[in-house]
Design a protein around this ligand. Structure first.
Ligand code: ATP
Length: 354
């Protein structure tokens, strides 16, 4: 017996959700999630992530628009008629049932015989690394193990879409990393369609094929972790994904898609992104500032911190301060050192105003 995948794509077509009279939780969202991909909904508290997830599950109904799973329009279908499973932050295990009974629970309604149910549940437990834990009660497991049981319970149903609502929030940092790696490995292995909600950007970067950054009930940007990190569309995304220095600059020339910017005497060419000549703002990641570059602008080391795997610097330039990191921990720069700061490849991106 093998757990296989019936992975289906999910599509949101102009979906809105209004709670009560006027709480606009999701505002005209269009979104296509490919089958077999892990897509994360990421954003600050209240931006509409959970509501979006719950609308896929059928636990909330869209106020307008259409939701498709595979070819089927499920917009008005009740949760019980949708082929999706959800893993919650709180695990939601039945405390009086054994691990095996918990994992078997949903299967017993799915037309499997008792023997098939047992076999399938045992395979599910094996998949999440809990072989031999079948007779324990949830209270006899660690938090991480309880969450694995919840994952197994969802997996064995072979849903078209598997939903995770902040599944790691109740775990400590070390376990969080382990469980997220396991979830990702299983998802890839079985080719599952997973929609995953988190407000933790590092978690999103680590597990996702694609990240949907949400803000104020709408999508701010969709992209692979690298696309979002390398080319955030605006200040909000730049700030929310990883750390970003926002540097004032001036666009001197725009020629087609390329712009030449100036910071002091330093000139640098980069994509113009439709931003016109004049004062502008660039976002640049701390690791993409090159301290001691041949060409660059002037700054002074204001703070130097050794954090084991790298050095962290605060640099003061005439136009403000910035945060930089360097892998070289063996020859740290002294506070007060005058340096020339340039940009690494894929260094800065221009951001629109606002
Ligand atoms: P969090 O990270 O805090 O869980 P979220 O991004 O998941 O936030 P949602 O839970 O989807 O956001 O909430 C979006 C908006 O809808 C918020 O303003 C929230 O207060 C509101 N909201 C959510 N559920 C309800 C409800 N049942 N009734 C009324 N308003 C709600």
């Amino acid at each position: 017996m093998k757990i296989s995948s019936k992975a289906a794509p999910v599509s949101f077509q102009n979906v809105s959700k209004i709670y009560g009279r006027d709480v606009l939780a999701v505002d005209d969202v269009n979104l296509d999630i490919e089958a077999g991909k892990l897509v994360t909904l990421l954003g600050p508290s209240g931006c509409g992530k959970t509501t979006t997830l719950r609308m896929i599950a059928g636990l909330e109904m869209a106020t307008s628009g259409h939701i498709l799973i595979g070819d089927a329009d499920v917009t008005t279908l009740p949760a019980t008629d949708r082929d999706v499973s959800m893993v919650f932050q709180s695990y939601a295990l039945f405390p009086h049932m054994s691990v095996l009974e918990n994992v078997s629970y949903g299967l017993s309604f799915s037309g499997f015989t008792k023997a098939e149910t047992r076999e399938r549940a045992l395979v599910g437990l094996d998949l999440v690394g809990l072989k031999g834990f079948d007779t324990r009660l949830p209270s006899e497991l660690s938090g991480g193990q309880q969450q694995r049981v919840a994952v197994a319970r969802a997996l064995v149903l072979e849903p078209q879409v598997l939903l995770f609502d902040e599944p790691l929030s109740n775990l400590d940092a070390k376990l969080r990393r382990q469980v997220r790696e396991d979830i990702r490995a299983i998802q890839k292995d079985l080719g599952l369609t997973v929609v995953y909600v988190t407000h933790d950007q590092e978690e999103a970067l680590a597990v996702s094929d694609e990240i949907v950054v949400m803000r104020n009930a709408a999508i701010a940007q969709i992209g692979t972790p690298r696309q979002l990190y390398d080319a955030p569309v605006d200040r909000f995304v730049a700030d929310f994904i990883g750390e970003a220095n926002l540097l004032p600059c001036s666009i001197e020339v725009v020629a087609g898609e390329q712009a030449t910017i100036a910071i002091e005497d330093y000139r640098y060419d980069l994509p113009s992104r439709g931003i016109p000549v004049g004062p502008a703002t660039m976002a640049v990641r701390p690791s993409r500032l090159v301290i001691g570059a041949k060409d660059g602008f002037h700054a002074k080391v204001a703070k130097a911190t050794y954090v084991g795997v790298r050095m962290e610097y605060t640099l003061e330039a005439a136009f403000g301060s910035m945060f930089a990191v360097q892998d070289d921990v063996d020859t740290p720069l002294e506070v007060g050192t005058e340096v020339t700061v340039g940009f690494a490849e894929k260094g800065p991106v221009l951001l629109p105003e606002g």
